[in-house]
Every structure is written in C-alpha cells, then in structure tokens.
Design a protein around this ligand. Structure first.
Ligand code: DGJ
Length: 544
C-alpha cells in the first residue's frame, strides 16, 4: 500500500515537472555581469530589431510589402503589437488570426518576433482594452483627471481589470506556445506599453487614497531593508531623509510630494504587471520586459507619465515585478548615454525596444550594443521608410557580420562609441593600449570639418587577440598608443574584412592615405565597414 502511494506521488511529481518543463520555452536571458546573453535553445542571439508602427499589424495585408525591406535592412527581429481589443473582441472569445498571420509572415522572412502586449495600458491610456470593458466602468474602474472626471485609463486597483488582462494575456501565451513552441519565432514579450500615470502623479480615488494612507506592504518593506545599501540614490535619499522609517505610510516613509506619489503608484503598477506577466509565463515562459516613456528635463511626475519603469523607481519595479526580466527605456530624446547609464544599474540588462528612427540610430546601434552589451536594439516605426539603403541598414549589415564575435564573447575586450560635435573624442584602455576614438571631422581635411553641425557617428571595437582589433562603424578615426611609455605602438597591417557564414573575406589592405600612412584607422562619414588591425610594438629608445 505504502509503495503504491509512493508511486502515485512519484508519478504526480513527474507529470508536474514535465508540465513545468513544457512551459519553459528554452529561451532565456543569462545575466552574467558585464556580458549578458539572450539564449535561444542555448544559442546566443543578438536582436537587430525594429518596432512596427502602432496600427501596422491590425491588418495582415498592410505589412506584406514591407517584409522584404526589413529583410534587406538586415533585421532579424520585429517588435509586433498585439491588440487586446482585436484579440478578445467579445469577452472570452479569442481571435488569433492576426497573431498567427504575423508569425507565419515572420517565419517566411526568417525573422524573430517580440510581441508587444497592448493590454490594460498603452502610453498611459487604456485605448487598446476591448470595448466591452471600456463600456463597463463599474466593473473596470477608471482613473480621474484633475477635475475628477473619469478618463479612458483603467485603475491599477481594478481587481476585475487585472483578472481580465491576466486571462487574455494567458490565452495569448498559451496559443503562442501551441502555435510556435517548436519553431520559436516569438522570442520575447513586452507586457503593456509605456505604463505611466497622467495627468496626476498618482491615482486619487478613495481606494487609492486608502492604500496610500496605510503602511507600506510588508513585502516591499522587507525588500527595501534587505537591499538598503544597493538602492538607487534617487530612492535611498528620500527614505534616508525620513530616517529609514520602516513601519509607516507612504508619506512618512518617503516624504510628502509628487515623488512619493510616483513611488506609490509605481509599486501598484509593478504588482499589477507582475501578475499579468506571471499568468503568461505560467502558460509559456518567454522572457518579458516593460518599456518606459522617458521624461523631458525639468518635468514632474504627472507632467510626464508618472511611475512607469523609470530609473528613479527601478528598485520599486524590481521588487514589485520579479517576473519581469528587464526594464527598458524608449528613446525619443538625444541623451542616449545619460539614460543608458541609469538603466544598467541594479543588474538591469539593457534592451532598447524603441528609438526615434532617424539617421542617428545607425551610430547609436554600435554604441548601445558595443558599450552596454545590450541584448538588442530596435528603432520605432521601422516599416515607415521601406528603404533598404537607410543608414541603419548599413550598421545592421556590419553588426550582423560581427554577431558571432559579439555574442560568443570572441573578444578580450569590447566597447562602443558615439560621437558628434559636442563629443569629439573618447579614450579607452584595452589591454596594454590606449585607444582614442575621434569623430572623422576632427581631421582638417574631412568633408564636415568646417560645418557647424557634424553628423552623429559611432562604432565599436573588439579586441580579438593580443595586438589585434576589429574596428567597425562609420565616421570615426582610431589611434593606438602603448600604455608603457618605453614602447612605441604602430600599425602592422589594416585590412578591410567582411564575415560571411563564419568565413573572413579580406578586402583591401588599408595603407597609405587610407590609414594616414600608418597613423590611424578610419571610416569617413558616410562610409561603413569593418577593418582588422594588427599592431606591433618597438622600444621607444634604441641604443645604436
Ligand atoms: C512610444 C510608444 O511606446 C509607441 O507605441 C509610439 O506611440 C511612440 N511613442 C511614438 O509614436
């Protein structure tokens, strides 16, 4: 009898583990410090992506003409909106036609997909929620504007709203697993889109106020205490000013004002999103992230979408939404370095799901992938040009060739660079060398040298062996010096190279004018490529 019971337990255990394993998509993010990897069936993958315009996947035919351009632009990943209103037009009746159609088209063009779940929130609003929800504010409560009028924004405290979102998202993930679990065309999911409270710094309903006036939830407080010394300074300072109080309401813990409102609202957004993500992961465990609308300088919470996954509340999001794999910034401002530096704190891995699709993207792709070891890069409205010769396409061509080196860590060191007239030069040490990477217009003979505005240029450098470097990019000049003053470093050889299916194909030997008679390695503005550099050292002083 006992052994029969044991057998049943064992059997149950096996069934459960099998079920858990089945949910695992085999797609993970390995967060090794300084070198994160996105793995598909154990193989590292770099997302050279583009996000589609908001309405572009609401009709399967609309995108058909664009696929070939996306392919020619060397994209390997497309970020694809999935609309709740079209997925569940009637409660509990799901329509996966668009989802399946997108997956089929992506497969045909050898491309991966990141789904963007336009669920409860899309840029603060709830415009993508189904109409049957919008018309039932009793069941699905809304937030209020400054005049206390109802807005088309669902409250983060709406329990039935959360359940409805969980159910729809779980249905999407279940279906994706059934339809795509073997092929793995869909590799990641964004949960909601640019969550954030407007036009107030937090919700001000009676329910929200009652939460705001009670003690901080115990799970958050214990997380804060455990991580007290590692909190981002923006948050730690606020708590410190209140003498690190542990048993108080939100106002007494972080002080009075809109910044505390933001912290409070961020917690409830994070809890909500975590539940949605968990419901989806239970069905199909793909990596998931949230994206943030970055505030304009000087704006206060509520003037910008308050409480999204922003740097000053990243601890709150990480504590409240452990089911999420990353917090990701969307770039519609020029301060790339400023924001990226903030987003790689707290072991957050960088992925840029949106960036203004202008010509500066081409240089930014090198910088973000080379410097921050980002898992991917993806300008917004990528199908808007249908033009395979845009600058980004040239950068993606280079990045695609370098991908095996980048993702398999076939480098001793790697860095990326972003340059313009304000940031003319950057110095970096690699192994025994000091490298100076400058804008091409720093050369007096460059076509842009006398212009008031210089193009945004950039590149990346991989040290592949002692004294050997792959330099890639556009509009940059690189010089090498030995850190040991007793040694002089010179260029032994510079060769143009291409990589095709793992094979190196040599182009020109870049000597004479091309390397300024042995002084530097260069890509002019408007020129893209990879050059392989070999250095040699000789004594600085020679006794003859
Ligand atoms: C950021 C959003 O996340 C996108 O969906 C889109 O609305 C862009 N802004 C700009 O149009």
């Amino acid at each position: 009898m006992r052994s029969k019971n044991l057998l049943t337990v064992l059997l149950l255990f096996c069934v459960c583990t099998m079920h858990a394993q089945n949910n695992n998509a085999g797609i993970t993010i390995k967060k090794t410090a300084g070198f994160p990897q996105f793995l598909i069936n154990g193989k590292p993958f770099l997302m050279l992506g583009g996000e589609l315009g908001n309405s572009s996947t609401s009709n399967i035919d609309y995108l058909k003409p664009s696929w070939k351009y996306l392919q020619q632009m060397h994209l390997n990943t497309v970020l694809v909106p999935v609309y709740w209103e079209l997925l569940e037009p009637e409660e509990n009746k799901f329509d996966f036609t668009l989802v399946d159609g997108m997956i089929a088209d992506a497969r045909q063009h050898n491309m991966k997909i990141v789904f963007l779940w336009f669920g409860t929130w899309k840029n603060s609003m709830s415009c993508y929620a189904p109409l049957w929800m919008k018309k039932d504010p009793k069941r699905f409560p809304r937030t209020l504007d400054t005049a206390s009028r109802s807005q088309e924004i669902f409250s983060a405290f709406g329990k039935q709203t959360l359940e409805a979102d969980k159910k729809a998202f779980a249905a999407l993930m279940r279906h994706t697993k059934e339809f795509d679990g073997t092929d793995k065309t869909v590799i990641m999911v964004q949960v909601e889109n640019e969550i954030g409270m407007l036009p107030t710094s937090r919700e001000f309903s009676a329910t929200a106020d009652s939460y705001f006036n009670t003690k901080l939830p115990a799970d958050l407080m214990s997380w804060l205490q455990k991580n007290k010394n590692n909190l981002v300074p923006e948050l730690k300072e606020k708590w410190e000013k209140q003498n690190f109080k542990t048993n108080e309401n939100w106002k007494n813990t972080f002080g009075e004002g809109v910044w505390t409102d933001e912290i409070f609202q961020a917690w409830y957004y994070a809890r909500y999103t975590n539940e949605v993500a968990l419901a989806g992961k239970k069905e199909y465990d793909l990596p998931m992230y949230v994206n943030a609308a970055l505030p304009r300088p000087g704006k206060l919470p509520g003037q910008y979408p308050s409480a999204g996954p922003l740097p000053q509340v990243m601890d709150i999001w990480q504590a409240g939404a452990p089911a999420l794999d990353m917090l990701s910034p969307d770039f519609y401002n020029p301060s790339t370095k400023y924001w990226c530096d903030l987003y790689v704190r707290n072991n957050n891995v960088l992925f840029v799901p949106e960036m203004q699709f202008d010509k500066t993207c081409a240089a930014k792709a090198f910088f973000i992938i080379g410097h921050y070891k980002a898992l991917g890069f993806s300008p917004f409205s990528i199908e808007s040009e249908n033009n395979a010769s845009v600058p980004l396409a040239k950068s993606y061509d280079v990045l695609q060739q370098l991908t095996p080196f980048i993702v398999n860590k076939q480098w001793m060191d790697m860095d990326g660079f972003l340059l313009d007239k304000q940031n003319k030069s950057i110095s970096v040490k690699m192994d025994q060398y000091n490298l100076t990477v400058s804008h091409e217009a720093t050369l007096s003979w460059s076509s842009e040298a006398k212009d008031s505005v210089w193009s945004t240029t950039g590149g990346m450098i991989l040290q592949t062996a002692p004294g050997e470097f792959l330099v890639a990019g556009t509009g940059i000049v690189v010089t090498f010096e030995n850190t040991d003053k007793n040694l002089v470093t010179n260029i032994a050889a510079v060769d143009e190279v291409r990589y095709e299916n793992g094979k190196e194909i040599k182009g020109r030997r870049m000597n004479g004018d091309q390397d300024h008679q042995g002084r530097h390695v260069r890509f002019s503005v408007g020129e893209w490529g990879i050059q392989k550099v070999q250095l040699y050292n000789s004594p600085a002083k020679i006794d003859n």
